[in-house]
Each structure stands twice: as C-alpha cells, then as structure tokens.
Design a protein around this ligand. Structure first.
Ligand SMILES: C[S@@+](CC[C@H](N)C(=O)[O-])C[C@H]1O[C@@H](n2cnc3c(N)ncnc32)[C@H](O)[C@@H]1O
Length: 279
C-alpha cells in the first residue's frame, strides 16, 4: 500500500548509504539510478570475472535503460520542459538533458535524493537546466498546471496504489498534446505471478499493477496510448548478473525468476494527451 512517509524514509536512507548498491554502481561518474538495467537489443551477455568488473557491467546496463528510453523521446524538443516524476537521485535526468538539451524538473519524496541530484547536476555544469525538488507527484500545486511538455516516470508508479489519481494529476500538469512515458515492473495474473507480486511489493514497498491496468486506466483518463514496449527479456540478464554480485540485496532471486519466467513484466508505455484537453 502506498505510504509516502515510509518511501521518503527508505529513499533517504538509500541515498545516504555509501554502500548501497545503487551508490556503488554510480561512484565513478556520480550517475545514480534506482532502476533495472537492460541488455541493448542484439548485445551479448557478458560474464565479468571479478566483482569490480561486474559492478561496472551492471552500471553499463542501467545506463542502457536510459539510453534505450531516450530513443523513445524523438518528439521531445530542445525547448521542451520535462518532468522527471519520481526522479530518484537524478542519473536519468542528467543523461536525458545531455542527449536532448531540454530543461528538466525532477520530483522525489526524498530530500536526500533531491540533494544528491542537485549536487550531481552542478558537477556536470548543468544546474541551470536540471533541478530536483521534493514534491509529491500525486498532488501538484496549481501553479504547475499546464506547465510540462513531457513527463518521464521510470520505476516509480509501482509505488502508487491509485493509478487513476496519478493519470489525472499528470493530465493537469501537462500542456495540450503533452507526452507521458512510463516504465514499470508489471504484475501478471495467475498463482505464480501473484506470489512474485507479493514478494516484490513487500520488499520494495510497492503495489505493482498489470499492463492492462496501465493501459485501461490511462486511456479512461486524459491519455491515449501510442506505444507499448515489453522490455522483460532485456532486463532478465541484468538480474541474473546481479545474482552473482558480492553486493546482493536479497531481492535478486525473485526478481530474476519473475522476469525470466515472464511472471513479472518490464514495460514502457507511451501516452499522448487527448487532443481536446487543456487545463
Ligand atoms: C525506484 S525509484 C526510481 C528513481 C528513478 N526514476 C530511476 O529510474 O532511477 C522510485 C522513486 O519514486 C519516488 N516516488 C514514489 N512515489 C512518489 C510520489 N508520490 N511523489 C514523488 N516521488 C515519488 C521516490 O521518491 C523515488 O525517487
């Protein structure tokens, strides 16, 4: 069940812990992610022969996730404003800005993550373009209505129970013809799928949703779906590689099994705001 206080605490703790796996992976380039890695289509799986090489490899796979999704943003203009909804410690926004040159505002529940993100933007000399703040993406202030051209939500909508509220709020803050990209772990129906969902939800404080829920609720709201990309096969190797790390966190086995057996899916949804809607 969605609990913003518990999430704030959990992400503050992660962001401040130098030994956290996400921080270890980003320690050389300060690009911190809290998302799956993926194998780029056509790439072969590598077998690193030391922990140091394995961590480098995992970092490459998590950077691949952003690169792959930037490929979906062909309609994001340089003068556009992107909302990185549930931005984590900022790694994705930095890469998106570097590729697309647009302005970005990231929102997270965690003050520590916002601090890390702003520090990194400064290190990269892009603090005038990329800013992170503490805010709840389910409740925007009115001054944010009709503000953003694009919303990117990578692996944060899993935490939200009420997708209807989320799609409605995203509708309010986007301009007409705004675009919304969501990347999410998705639940599957059936007994094994429900077992995985329970393990995931308990470990990560999530309430993961099915592909149908994203599409139906989004389209029932202010959005029309323009693309669905099932990335499950691309992410299973990342979890398989993490299983071999000395820095396992305890979730690797069920995450790998879930994605590898397609009992949990990893999906990108691209939506466009319905034409007649302006706020
Ligand atoms: C798993 S992390 C994903 C971080 C980042 N998007 C990435 O791809 O690396 C989940 C993020 O969602 C944020 N989050 C969850 N619920 C939120 C809410 N209601 N408002 C703002 N941020 C939220 C958390 O603060 C955290 O930064």
């Amino acid at each position: 069940m969605y609990n913003p206080d518990a999430l704030k605490k959990a992400y503050d703790k992660k962001a401040a812990n130098v030994n956290d796996i996400n921080n270890l992976l980003g320690k050389d380039d300060n690009l911190i992610f809290n998302h799956n890695g993926i194998l780029m289509p056509g790439d072969n799986i590598e077998q690193p022969d030391s922990e140091a090489k394995l961590l480098k490899y995992l970092h490459k796979l998590e950077i691949n996730q952003v690169k792959y999704l930037i490929g979906k943003m062909y309609d994001l203009e340089k003068d556009g404003l992107l909302l990185d909804a549930g931005c984590g410690s900022g790694g994705s926004s930095i890469l998106i800005h570097n590729a697309k040159k647009c302005k970005i505002e990231g929102y997270t529940l965690s003050p520590e993550q916002a601090k890390v993100g702003n520090r990194t933007a400064k290190k990269y000399g892009i603090e005038g373009f990329v800013k992170f703040e503490v805010g709840n993406i389910l409740y925007f202030e009115e001054k944010c209505y009709n503000k953003f051209d694009y919303i990117y939500a990578s692996e944060n909508t899993e935490h939200l129970t009420d997708l209807r509220l989320m799609f409605s709020e995203f509708g309010k803050v986007t301009k007409s013809a705004g675009v919304l990209i969501i990347v999410a772990w998705c639940a599957t129906k059936g007994e094994r799928g429900m077992i995985i969902k329970k393990q995931v939800d308990e470990h990560y404080l999530t309430d993961i949703h099915t592909i149908e829920e994203y599409i139906n609720i989004g389209c029932d709201s202010d959005w029309e779906i323009t693309e669905v990309d099932d990335m499950t096969e691309l992410t299973a190797p990342y979890w398989e590689a993490r299983l071999k790390s000395e820095n396992v966190t305890g979730s690797e086995k069920f995450m790998y099994e879930g994605f590898n057996a397609n009992r949990m899916q990893y999906c990108m949804f691209k939506f466009k705001k319905k034409n007649n809607l302006t706020q």
